[in-house]
Design a protein around this ligand. Structure first.
Ligand code: PEP
Ligand code: MG
Length: 579
């Protein structure tokens, strides 16, 4: 038999730290289920269980239909209507009931019937009708999740001290994990800059992603060690290995305490070159932790989670409430609020069904594109941000701007919102600074023009690297190719910094590259003004800054820009002195 003792799995380090605990295996969200024989005396009850799940799904879809009608155009509400029609299909229902009557459990009967319908769709030649199989699949999943009581079986039943193992965790799952204060997590798929990994860092939960097979090897109750620094996990470790890791944990804890001493010291090189270190946050409850770690502002408040944590699209009031919680605690430090970046791997399950079905979501209707297409979502958020700006220093930032057209369109909507607020005699900060993320190569290429129309820019390396190198940021199979030190990336960064400075504006970086102390000297050498990093990285980055000479790293950075080969760049990296 396969020996399940002390097995080491190597993956991608997503969030640092060490954790030892018991596995909680989250079930795969796939539409594939076990066949169970149902005794004759409970088959009617089994049919009723199915009926209840269908009715619940109908009710949920009706709520979604109303919500979509309120904020989007009718076409999208039509998609929900199609789902309701599938649910009402009596022949599908009869086929499932028949299988249950023959002794098949409801989940499996549902799976069999849906699978048969999907196959019949696959045989259709017309592309449009063939793709309708996705609607059937979707409806099947919705009924299934109500049938198995998904919430009860999954995250909601987590133990506080668990280590979550899953094939994949969506950002929404990760947010739910936040409430459970789990010790760590590990997944089969994902890369270092996937949003799930980023949230884990914000929560300071050790995690490893891209382990490929862990969800099929671990079982609930297994003992597991997560090494979020090395990107390694050990399943069912021996007592000796556990003892070794406990020692390592103590060492790390001592180092953390040492770093805390830097909290009130400036981010300044030995030869007095000063920069600012801000924090990235996803949620107001992170503010306490970033202040504890010495952040002097928020350089990126990702607002997607306001959308993830509720079923309906958030209202102006929902936005305002969240922003006030942050701004009031951060005052007098500034907070950069980024307008919502939905799409990509940050799908909100809120009825934007066309987005769930995009073939290339990272190249699709994402971020500012979505906001410009559905201005109601954008306007509600802008009103919330502007109203909150009367209570503290807010800077507004747009994500995924690819050219001047989008920037100007977004600003036009902002102007209109301001005019409305003035008419309503609502107070807001008339001088609120407006900036944009630079994360799409086309924007980086015309940074000279963009810099003239904004007050600041922030480099989003997570996406910039993804789009420049054509590497999917969440795909573990190409994670080894995701390289911040690629000569093309370094040249892009330098160009953005230099041309923004020429236009007289400051440059921040809020992608994960800014939070990795390994890259700190080169970013300082390039002249970056602000680092915006996850809470846990603030002191680590500051420590490096305080241990280098600006003159040294500037020279090294200039040398690097002459290189076209990554190996030459690596060689220069080894010459940088950390004192
Ligand atoms: C980035 O792309 O670097 C960034 C900070 O934005 P996000 O990770 O939210 O896409
Ligand atoms: Mg981005």
């Amino acid at each position: 038999m396969f020996n399940r003792r002390n097995i080491v799995f190597k993956g991608i380090a997503a969030s640092p730290g060490i954790a030892v605990g018991n596995v909680f295996l989250l079930e795969v969200d796939d539409f594939c289920l076990i066949h169970k024989e149902i005794p004759i005396n409970i088959r009617e009850a089994e049919k009723k269980r199915l009926n209840d799940a269908i009715e619940k799904t109908k009710a949920e879809l009706k709520i979604t239909y109303d919500k979509i009608n309120e904020v989007l155009d009718k076409n999208y509400a039509q998609i929900v209507n199609v789902h309701l029609l599938i649910l009402a299909d009596s022949s599908m229902r009869k086929d499932i009931d028949k299988l249950i009557e023959s002794g098949v459990n409801a989940e499996y009967a549902l799976f069999k019937v849906i699978d048969k319908i999907i196959r019949s769709f696959e045989a259709i030649e017309d592309d449009y009708f063939r793709e309708r199989k996705l609607d059937v699949q979707d409806v099947g999943k919705k009924i299934l999740s109500n049938l198995v009581g998904k919430q009860k079986k999954t995250i909601a039943s987590l133990d506080k001290d668990s280590i979550v193992i899953a094939h994949n965790l969506t950002p929404t799952d990760t947010v739910s994990i936040r409430e459970k204060l789990v010790k760590g997590f590990a997944t089969d798929i994902g890369g270092k800059t996937s949003h799930t990994a980023i949230i884990a860092q914000g929560l300071e939960i050790p995690s490893v992603v891209g382990l490929k097979v862990i969800s099929s090897q671990a079982r609930t109750g297994d003992v597991i060690i997560i090494n979020g620094d090395k990107g390694e996990i050990i399943l069912n470790p021996t007592p000796e290995v556990i003892a070794e890791y406990k020692r390592e944990y103590d060492i790390q804890f001592a180092k953390k305490k040492e770093l805390e001493k830097l909290k009130n010291l400036p981010a300044e090189t030995i030869d007095n070159h000063k920069v600012l270190i801000y924090a990235n946050v996803d949620n107001p409850d992170e503010v306490q932790s970033i202040l504890k770690n010495g952040a002097t502002g928020i350089g990126l408040y990702r607002t997607e989670y306001i959308f993830f944590t509720r079923k309906a699209i958030p209202s102006e009031k929902d936005h305002l409430e969240k922003y006030l919680q942050v701004v009031k605690k951060m005052s007098p430090y500034p907070t950069v609020i980024r307008t919502v970046d939905l799409g990509g791997d940050k799908l909100a399950k809120m009825g934007l069904l066309n987005i769930e079905h995009e073939e290339n979501p990272f190249l699709g209707l994402r971020a500012i594109r979505l906001c410009l297409k559905y201005p109601k979502i954008f306007i509600d958020q802008l009103r919330g941000i502007l109203k909150a700006s009367a209570y503290g220093k807010i800077r507004l930032m747009y994500p995924m701007i690819s050219g001047l057209g989008e920037l100007r369109d977004a600003n036009k909507i902002l102007e209109k919102v301001k005019q409305d607020l003035r008419k309503e005699h609502v107070e807001f900060d008339e001088d609120m600074e407006i900036g944009t993320m630079i994360e799409v190569p086309s924007a980086a290429m015309i940074i000279d023009a963009i810099a003239k129309e904004v007050d600041f820019v922030s480099i989003g390396t997570n996406d910039l690297i993804q789009y420049v190198l054509a590497i999917d940021r969440v795909n573990e199979n190409v994670a080894n190719l995701y390289d911040p030190l690629h000569p093309a990336i370094l040249r892009y960064i330098k160009k953005i910094i230099d041309e923004s400075h020429n236009a007289g504006i400051s440059v921040s970086m809020c992608g994960e590259m800014a939070g990795d102390p390994y890259y700190t000297p080169i970013l300082i050498g390039f002249g970056l003004d602000e680092f915006s990093v996850s809470s846990i990285q603030i002191s680590k980055v500051k420590k490096v800054i305080r241990s280098i000479y600006f003159a040294d790293v500037k020279r090294a950075a200039e040398e690097m820009l002459k290189c076209s080969d990554r190996n030459e760049i690596l060689k220069i990296m080894t010459t940088i002195q950390i004192h």
